[in-house]
Design a protein around this ligand. Structure first.
Ligand SMILES: [Zn+2]
Length: 439
């Protein structure tokens, strides 16, 4: 694979700043949703080479750990029902701008809104007076509403929030339970598993010291309000199911997020309303109608039994409590829905259509073989155990080199200099049109 030029890697950074409006706390690497590519600006080939030979925990985390995080994002974008809908709306918007008629241009604001709604910008996160008060955090939820382009509150677009406070009820942070929060809980779980893998390979003395340092850092980060987007889902599960083990909370929140991201549209009506939502009763039909995946996650987490049962039994009971069918029944419906979505795609640009169909079919095959829980595990296995089961994009390193884990993407989905240039250009064209739209 040909390395990318400095101009191309700068363009991915640029795209990421413009498109993925999300607090990018770790600038080590990111997944860029518009071009579906992974870039790690500060990691170069020499760091990757060193990470293979040196027993350097910090270096391994900053290279291999970051790769597992970003590859999990790519897997979730290309293989969940949410991701398929998002990709299709995005590709249709670009097609409308480049090849469509004037009457098709409405797809552009739709795709842009879809992206904003995935991440919800910082305005939706509220930091309270007790933001730095440390642990414990008590979680409750509230329901808010989006602002429309005209600045007015939208009743038809509710947002689920988790409100964390001190035991004396002083606000720490109120964070949206967004799709991005569900995606982050899975990517962070993959990273945590990678950390434990690196620790297990250290010499005994190093292992004892590193484990202690790691635990302290992990717990500190868990209770930092500014990291809430990364931890809100796991905190909520831990609070609801009374879990004291943080890693266990991430394991379950990652699993529940996988289910919420793949929940078929028809099953949103079946979700059993959890206690405490009474004050927002009139918003519930809109949560269902807009297939709010944060709401689905909230219902699942609130339905998780508190007693420590074997995972499958616990999930089975949770689905029953949530008013949903069994896991295999949901799974069958998810796959049927995915096929229907993919079958309805018709773009005027054949190259674009082939790329989209390529991504959707790779994602569908992945979902069919491994199910909704497995993205973090497969990303881990690909990076840490040279597992070839997952088809994955290359990681674009800071020096433009492409690093491949797992099996490479089919030709029509390759990440090349041309693809990056094209994406950068097309995103500008979408924004240009949107700038002409008035509230
Ligand atoms: Zn992330």
């Amino acid at each position: 694979m040909a390395p990318l030029s400095k101009l191309a890697t700068n363009r991915i950074d640029d795209l990421s700043r413009r498109w993925t409006a999300f607090p990018n706390l770790e600038t080590v690497g990111y997944y860029e949703y518009f071009s579906q590519s992974i870039h790690t600006p500060s990691i170069e080939q020499k760091h990757v080479d060193q990470s293979k030979t040196l027993q350097d925990f910090t270096l391994k985390r900053r290279t291999l750990g970051v790769f597992t995080h970003e590859l999990t994002h790519w897997l979730d974008h290309t293989s969940t029902l949410w991701g398929h809908g998002n990709l299709i709306r995005l590709y249709e918007a670009i097609d409308a701008r480049k090849h469509g008629r004037e009457v098709d241009l409405w797809r552009i604001p739709l795709a842009l809104a879809d992206n904003k709604r995935t991440h919800f910008n910082e305005y939706y996160t509220e930091y309270g007076p007790a933001a730095d008060s440390g642990r414990p955090w008590v979680a409750t939820y509230t329901c808010g509403r989006e602002y429309g382009l005209d600045g007015r509150i939208r009743n038809d677009r509710p947002v689920m929030f988790v409100r964390f406070s001190t035991p004396s009820n002083r606000l720490i942070v109120r964070a949206p339970l967004s799709v991005a929060a569900l995606l982050e809980t899975r990517a962070v779980y993959a990273e945590l598993r990678a950390d434990l893998h690196f620790i297990s390979n250290l010499s005994e003395d190093d292992r004892i010291i590193t484990t202690k340092l790691w635990q302290t850092e992990f717990m500190d980060r868990l209770y930092m309000a500014r990291y809430a987007a990364y931890t809100v889902a796991a905190h909520f599960v831990a609070n609801k199911a009374k879990m004291t083990n943080a890693l266990e909370a991430f394991r379950y929140s990652s699993l529940l997020a996988g289910l919420a991201l793949n929940l078929p549209p028809t099953l949103f009506t079946a979700l059993r309303q959890p206690d405490g939502l009474e004050p927002w009763q009139e918003l519930i039909p809109y949560l269902i109608a807009s297939q709010n995946r944060g709401y689905a996650f909230l219902v699942l987490a609130s339905s998780l039994p508190q007693e420590e049962l074997p995972v499958e039994e616990r999930i089975g009971l949770m689905l029953e409590n949530a008013g949903l069918p069994t896991a295999p029944e949901i799974y069958t419906q998810t796959l049927t829905e995915m096929q229907a979505l993919g079958g309805g795609v018709h773009l005027r640009n054949t190259g674009r259509e082939q790329r989209l169909n390529g991504l959707l079919s790779v994602g569908f095959a992945y979902q069919k073989s491994f199910g909704p829980a497995s993205a973090p595990y497969l990303a881990n296995d690909a990076v840490l155990k040279a597992d070839m089961r997952a088809v994955l994009p290359p990681v674009i390193l800071g020096d433009g080199q492409l690093l491949q884990y797992g099996t490479p993407l089919p030709k029509q989905c390759e990440i090349t200099e041309d693809w990056v240039t094209q994406s950068w250009d097309e995103e500008k064209q979408l924004q240009e049109f949107f700038g002409a739209c008035l509230p």
